[in-house]
Unconditional design. Structure first.
Length: 332
Protein backbone atom coordinates (compact mmCIF):
# COMPACT_ATOMS: atom_id res chain seq x y z
CA UNK A 1 0.00 0.00 0.00
CA UNK A 2 2.98 2.31 0.47
CA UNK A 3 5.09 4.49 -1.77
CA UNK A 4 3.92 7.14 -4.19
CA UNK A 5 1.79 4.76 -6.25
CA UNK A 6 0.63 1.91 -4.00
CA UNK A 7 -1.06 -1.18 -5.51
CA UNK A 8 -1.03 0.26 -9.06
CA UNK A 9 2.73 -0.42 -8.99
CA UNK A 10 3.25 -3.14 -6.41
CA UNK A 11 0.66 -5.58 -7.79
CA UNK A 12 1.86 -5.54 -11.44
CA UNK A 13 5.39 -6.00 -10.10
CA UNK A 14 4.27 -8.97 -7.99
CA UNK A 15 2.48 -10.62 -10.92
CA UNK A 16 5.48 -10.13 -13.20
CA UNK A 17 7.84 -11.60 -10.61
CA UNK A 18 5.63 -14.66 -10.17
CA UNK A 19 5.91 -15.34 -13.90
CA UNK A 20 9.70 -15.53 -13.58
CA UNK A 21 9.94 -17.50 -10.32
CA UNK A 22 7.90 -20.65 -10.15
CA UNK A 23 8.92 -21.51 -6.57
CA UNK A 24 7.70 -18.36 -4.82
CA UNK A 25 4.41 -17.50 -3.11
CA UNK A 26 3.54 -13.87 -2.46
CA UNK A 27 1.35 -12.52 0.34
CA UNK A 28 -0.13 -9.14 -0.59
CA UNK A 29 -0.85 -7.15 2.55
CA UNK A 30 -3.20 -4.17 2.58
CA UNK A 31 -6.79 -3.00 2.22
CA UNK A 32 -8.35 -6.17 0.85
CA UNK A 33 -10.99 -4.52 -1.36
CA UNK A 34 -8.38 -2.30 -2.98
CA UNK A 35 -5.97 -5.17 -3.57
CA UNK A 36 -8.60 -7.47 -5.05
CA UNK A 37 -9.85 -4.72 -7.35
CA UNK A 38 -6.32 -4.18 -8.66
CA UNK A 39 -5.74 -7.91 -9.06
CA UNK A 40 -8.95 -8.13 -11.08
CA UNK A 41 -7.68 -5.46 -13.45
CA UNK A 42 -4.74 -7.73 -14.22
CA UNK A 43 -6.86 -10.90 -14.39
CA UNK A 44 -4.99 -12.34 -11.40
CA UNK A 45 -7.69 -12.41 -8.73
CA UNK A 46 -7.52 -16.22 -8.62
CA UNK A 47 -3.75 -16.61 -8.97
CA UNK A 48 -2.78 -19.84 -7.13
CA UNK A 49 0.45 -18.35 -5.69
CA UNK A 50 -1.02 -15.12 -4.36
CA UNK A 51 -2.63 -14.73 -0.94
CA UNK A 52 -4.31 -11.50 0.13
CA UNK A 53 -3.86 -10.57 3.78
CA UNK A 54 -6.21 -7.83 4.95
CA UNK A 55 -4.92 -4.87 6.96
CA UNK A 56 -7.31 -2.11 7.91
CA UNK A 57 -4.81 0.77 8.08
CA UNK A 58 -2.06 2.31 5.95
CA UNK A 59 1.04 4.21 7.08
CA UNK A 60 1.27 7.30 4.87
CA UNK A 61 4.55 8.75 3.60
CA UNK A 62 4.30 11.69 6.01
CA UNK A 63 3.03 9.86 9.12
CA UNK A 64 5.16 10.58 12.23
CA UNK A 65 6.86 7.54 13.78
CA UNK A 66 4.55 7.70 16.80
CA UNK A 67 1.50 7.30 14.56
CA UNK A 68 3.04 4.34 12.71
CA UNK A 69 4.10 2.61 15.92
CA UNK A 70 1.37 3.36 18.44
CA UNK A 71 -1.74 4.37 16.53
CA UNK A 72 -1.74 2.22 13.39
CA UNK A 73 -1.23 -1.24 14.84
CA UNK A 74 -3.10 -2.89 11.97
CA UNK A 75 -1.24 -1.11 9.19
CA UNK A 76 -0.19 -3.07 6.11
CA UNK A 77 3.43 -2.30 6.99
CA UNK A 78 3.19 -3.73 10.49
CA UNK A 79 1.12 -6.77 9.48
CA UNK A 80 3.68 -7.61 6.77
CA UNK A 81 6.57 -7.43 9.23
CA UNK A 82 4.64 -9.54 11.75
CA UNK A 83 4.28 -12.23 9.06
CA UNK A 84 8.08 -12.42 9.00
CA UNK A 85 8.24 -12.63 12.78
CA UNK A 86 5.76 -15.52 13.04
CA UNK A 87 7.38 -17.41 10.17
CA UNK A 88 4.51 -17.04 7.69
CA UNK A 89 6.85 -15.17 5.32
CA UNK A 90 10.58 -15.40 4.67
CA UNK A 91 10.92 -11.70 3.92
CA UNK A 92 8.94 -8.48 3.74
CA UNK A 93 9.14 -5.78 1.06
CA UNK A 94 7.76 -2.26 1.38
CA UNK A 95 7.88 0.97 -0.61
CA UNK A 96 6.45 2.93 2.32
CA UNK A 97 7.75 5.53 4.75
CA UNK A 98 11.41 4.60 5.41
CA UNK A 99 11.55 5.90 8.98
CA UNK A 100 8.30 4.16 9.86
CA UNK A 101 9.44 0.90 8.27
CA UNK A 102 12.68 0.94 10.22
CA UNK A 103 10.89 1.78 13.48
CA UNK A 104 8.15 -0.83 13.01
CA UNK A 105 10.63 -3.50 11.92
CA UNK A 106 12.91 -2.82 14.86
CA UNK A 107 9.98 -2.86 17.30
CA UNK A 108 8.41 -6.06 15.94
CA UNK A 109 11.47 -8.10 14.99
CA UNK A 110 14.07 -6.67 17.41
CA UNK A 111 17.75 -6.45 16.58
CA UNK A 112 20.18 -9.34 16.52
CA UNK A 113 22.32 -9.93 19.58
CA UNK A 114 25.23 -7.51 19.54
CA UNK A 115 23.71 -5.13 16.98
CA UNK A 116 22.98 -1.64 18.29
CA UNK A 117 21.43 -0.15 15.16
CA UNK A 118 20.07 -1.71 11.97
CA UNK A 119 21.49 -0.23 8.76
CA UNK A 120 20.15 0.20 5.24
CA UNK A 121 22.30 -1.59 2.65
CA UNK A 122 21.91 -1.51 -1.12
CA UNK A 123 24.09 -2.01 -4.19
CA UNK A 124 25.67 0.31 -6.73
CA UNK A 125 26.99 -0.63 -10.19
CA UNK A 126 30.73 -0.56 -10.79
CA UNK A 127 33.15 -0.64 -13.70
CA UNK A 128 34.11 -4.23 -13.00
CA UNK A 129 30.60 -5.40 -13.85
CA UNK A 130 29.65 -6.38 -10.32
CA UNK A 131 27.85 -4.67 -7.49
CA UNK A 132 29.36 -2.50 -4.78
CA UNK A 133 27.48 -2.94 -1.50
CA UNK A 134 27.05 0.29 0.44
CA UNK A 135 25.74 1.05 3.92
CA UNK A 136 24.33 2.89 5.79
CA UNK A 137 22.08 4.69 3.29
CA UNK A 138 19.96 6.71 5.67
CA UNK A 139 18.89 4.87 8.81
CA UNK A 140 21.53 6.36 11.12
CA UNK A 141 22.49 9.97 10.56
CA UNK A 142 24.69 10.32 13.65
CA UNK A 143 27.06 7.43 14.28
CA UNK A 144 29.86 6.47 16.63
CA UNK A 145 32.88 4.37 15.57
CA UNK A 146 31.41 1.13 16.95
CA UNK A 147 28.27 1.66 14.84
CA UNK A 148 30.30 1.95 11.63
CA UNK A 149 32.28 -1.07 12.78
CA UNK A 150 29.05 -3.06 13.03
CA UNK A 151 27.93 -1.85 9.61
CA UNK A 152 31.19 -3.16 8.14
CA UNK A 153 30.60 -6.58 9.67
CA UNK A 154 26.98 -6.75 8.47
CA UNK A 155 27.84 -5.51 4.97
CA UNK A 156 30.63 -8.05 4.67
CA UNK A 157 28.33 -10.90 5.70
CA UNK A 158 25.60 -9.84 3.26
CA UNK A 159 28.02 -9.47 0.35
CA UNK A 160 29.66 -12.83 1.09
CA UNK A 161 26.31 -14.62 1.13
CA UNK A 162 24.77 -12.90 -1.90
CA UNK A 163 27.85 -12.82 -4.13
CA UNK A 164 29.57 -16.01 -2.93
CA UNK A 165 32.73 -14.08 -2.03
CA UNK A 166 34.66 -15.68 0.80
CA UNK A 167 36.33 -12.52 2.13
CA UNK A 168 34.75 -9.35 0.70
CA UNK A 169 36.97 -6.29 0.71
CA UNK A 170 35.74 -3.39 2.87
CA UNK A 171 36.39 0.30 2.32
CA UNK A 172 35.68 3.15 4.74
CA UNK A 173 34.30 6.16 2.84
CA UNK A 174 36.45 9.20 3.53
CA UNK A 175 37.72 12.47 2.03
CA UNK A 176 41.02 10.81 1.18
CA UNK A 177 42.72 7.43 1.32
CA UNK A 178 45.37 8.45 3.85
CA UNK A 179 44.86 7.27 7.44
CA UNK A 180 45.38 10.78 8.81
CA UNK A 181 42.39 12.18 6.88
CA UNK A 182 38.75 12.36 7.94
CA UNK A 183 36.85 13.33 11.05
CA UNK A 184 37.38 11.77 14.46
CA UNK A 185 34.62 9.17 13.97
CA UNK A 186 36.08 7.92 10.68
CA UNK A 187 39.62 7.83 12.06
CA UNK A 188 38.53 5.85 15.13
CA UNK A 189 36.53 3.46 12.93
CA UNK A 190 39.61 2.87 10.81
CA UNK A 191 41.51 1.78 13.93
CA UNK A 192 38.81 -0.80 14.76
CA UNK A 193 38.68 -2.16 11.21
CA UNK A 194 42.45 -2.39 10.87
CA UNK A 195 42.57 -4.37 14.12
CA UNK A 196 39.99 -6.80 12.71
CA UNK A 197 42.01 -7.08 9.51
CA UNK A 198 45.20 -7.90 11.43
CA UNK A 199 43.32 -10.64 13.32
CA UNK A 200 42.03 -12.04 10.03
CA UNK A 201 38.39 -11.32 10.94
CA UNK A 202 37.62 -8.79 8.20
CA UNK A 203 39.26 -7.94 4.88
CA UNK A 204 39.71 -4.20 5.38
CA UNK A 205 41.13 -2.44 2.32
CA UNK A 206 41.40 0.97 3.98
CA UNK A 207 39.91 4.39 3.28
CA UNK A 208 38.19 4.91 -0.06
CA UNK A 209 36.81 7.99 -1.80
CA UNK A 210 33.50 8.55 -3.56
CA UNK A 211 34.82 7.61 -7.01
CA UNK A 212 35.94 4.23 -5.67
CA UNK A 213 32.27 3.22 -5.29
CA UNK A 214 31.92 2.97 -9.06
CA UNK A 215 35.46 1.82 -9.78
CA UNK A 216 34.73 -1.35 -7.83
CA UNK A 217 37.80 -0.76 -5.65
CA UNK A 218 36.15 -2.69 -2.81
CA UNK A 219 33.16 -4.97 -2.42
CA UNK A 220 31.64 -3.07 0.54
CA UNK A 221 31.68 0.66 1.25
CA UNK A 222 30.88 1.80 4.81
CA UNK A 223 29.69 5.26 5.87
CA UNK A 224 27.15 6.90 8.16
CA UNK A 225 23.55 7.35 7.05
CA UNK A 226 23.87 11.07 6.35
CA UNK A 227 26.72 10.64 3.87
CA UNK A 228 25.20 7.47 2.42
CA UNK A 229 21.79 8.96 1.75
CA UNK A 230 23.22 12.11 0.16
CA UNK A 231 25.43 9.94 -2.06
CA UNK A 232 22.50 7.73 -3.05
CA UNK A 233 20.24 10.66 -3.99
CA UNK A 234 23.07 12.38 -5.90
CA UNK A 235 23.71 9.22 -7.91
CA UNK A 236 20.01 8.82 -8.71
CA UNK A 237 19.81 12.46 -9.81
CA UNK A 238 22.91 12.15 -12.00
CA UNK A 239 21.54 9.00 -13.63
CA UNK A 240 18.30 10.76 -14.54
CA UNK A 241 20.22 13.78 -15.81
CA UNK A 242 22.30 11.56 -18.12
CA UNK A 243 19.09 9.97 -19.36
CA UNK A 244 17.59 13.40 -20.12
CA UNK A 245 20.70 14.42 -22.08
CA UNK A 246 20.17 11.50 -24.42
CA UNK A 247 16.64 12.67 -25.24
CA UNK A 248 17.50 16.27 -26.17
CA UNK A 249 17.40 15.78 -29.94
CA UNK A 250 17.30 13.16 -32.67
CA UNK A 251 21.08 12.77 -32.72
CA UNK A 252 21.38 12.20 -28.99
CA UNK A 253 18.50 9.72 -29.17
CA UNK A 254 20.31 7.88 -31.96
CA UNK A 255 23.40 7.76 -29.77
CA UNK A 256 21.33 6.43 -26.90
CA UNK A 257 19.95 3.70 -29.15
CA UNK A 258 23.48 2.61 -30.08
CA UNK A 259 24.57 2.70 -26.43
CA UNK A 260 21.35 1.21 -25.08
CA UNK A 261 22.92 -1.89 -23.59
CA UNK A 262 25.61 0.10 -21.79
CA UNK A 263 23.19 2.74 -20.56
CA UNK A 264 21.11 0.09 -18.81
CA UNK A 265 23.90 -0.08 -16.24
CA UNK A 266 23.08 3.52 -15.24
CA UNK A 267 19.39 2.85 -14.67
CA UNK A 268 18.83 3.28 -10.90
CA UNK A 269 15.65 1.19 -11.11
CA UNK A 270 17.79 -1.92 -11.64
CA UNK A 271 19.37 -1.40 -8.22
CA UNK A 272 16.17 -0.82 -6.25
CA UNK A 273 15.72 -2.72 -3.02
CA UNK A 274 17.74 -2.11 0.14
CA UNK A 275 18.04 -4.55 3.04
CA UNK A 276 17.50 -3.46 6.64
CA UNK A 277 20.42 -5.34 8.18
CA UNK A 278 20.75 -6.31 11.82
CA UNK A 279 17.13 -7.32 12.43
CA UNK A 280 15.85 -10.77 13.41
CA UNK A 281 14.17 -11.13 10.05
CA UNK A 282 14.53 -10.01 6.42
CA UNK A 283 12.99 -6.65 5.52
CA UNK A 284 13.66 -4.85 2.24
CA UNK A 285 12.90 -1.24 1.39
CA UNK A 286 11.93 -0.10 -2.09
CA UNK A 287 12.23 3.49 -3.24
CA UNK A 288 8.93 5.26 -2.64
CA UNK A 289 8.70 6.50 -6.22
CA UNK A 290 9.57 3.12 -7.75
CA UNK A 291 7.94 1.96 -10.96
CA UNK A 292 6.61 -1.59 -11.33
CA UNK A 293 9.93 -2.54 -12.97
CA UNK A 294 11.90 -1.13 -10.04
CA UNK A 295 9.65 -2.64 -7.38
CA UNK A 296 10.05 -6.04 -9.00
CA UNK A 297 13.81 -5.69 -8.45
CA UNK A 298 13.16 -5.06 -4.76
CA UNK A 299 11.11 -8.25 -4.58
CA UNK A 300 13.96 -10.10 -6.31
CA UNK A 301 16.50 -8.84 -3.77
CA UNK A 302 14.32 -10.08 -0.91
CA UNK A 303 13.81 -13.42 -2.69
CA UNK A 304 17.57 -13.85 -3.23
CA UNK A 305 18.30 -13.01 0.42
CA UNK A 306 15.87 -15.71 1.54
CA UNK A 307 17.15 -18.17 -1.07
CA UNK A 308 20.80 -17.78 -0.01
CA UNK A 309 19.99 -17.97 3.72
CA UNK A 310 21.34 -14.50 4.36
CA UNK A 311 19.63 -14.31 7.73
CA UNK A 312 21.31 -17.49 8.95
CA UNK A 313 24.72 -16.28 7.74
CA UNK A 314 24.18 -12.93 9.44
CA UNK A 315 23.15 -14.53 12.72
CA UNK A 316 26.15 -16.88 12.81
CA UNK A 317 28.87 -14.49 11.75
CA UNK A 318 27.59 -11.48 13.67
CA UNK A 319 27.66 -13.60 16.83
CA UNK A 320 31.25 -14.54 16.02
CA UNK A 321 32.56 -11.14 14.95
CA UNK A 322 30.52 -8.55 16.81
CA UNK A 323 32.44 -7.08 19.76
CA UNK A 324 30.85 -5.81 22.96
CA UNK A 325 29.98 -2.15 22.39
CA UNK A 326 29.30 0.79 24.71
CA UNK A 327 25.60 0.60 23.74
CA UNK A 328 25.45 -3.10 24.60
CA UNK A 329 27.18 -2.52 27.95
CA UNK A 330 24.72 0.25 28.78
CA UNK A 331 21.75 -1.99 27.93
CA UNK A 332 23.16 -4.75 30.14
Amino acid sequence: MGGDHGPSVTIPAAISFLKKQSDVHLILVGLEDVLRAELKKHHAEAHPRITVKNATEVVTMDDPLEIALRKKKDSSMRVAVELVKDGSANASVSAGNTGALMAVSRYVLKTMAGVDRPAICSIMPNQKGGPTYMLDLGANVDCEPHHLHQFAIMGSVLCAAMENIERPTIGLLNVGTEEIKGNDVVKATGVLLRADHERGKLNFHGNVEGNDIFKGTVDVVVCDGFVGNVTLKAVEGLSRFVKSVFTENIFSMAGALLARKSLKKLNPERYNGAGLLGLKGLVFKSHGGASAFAFEWAIKRAYDAAKYDVQEHLSALIAELMPTTPDAQQQA
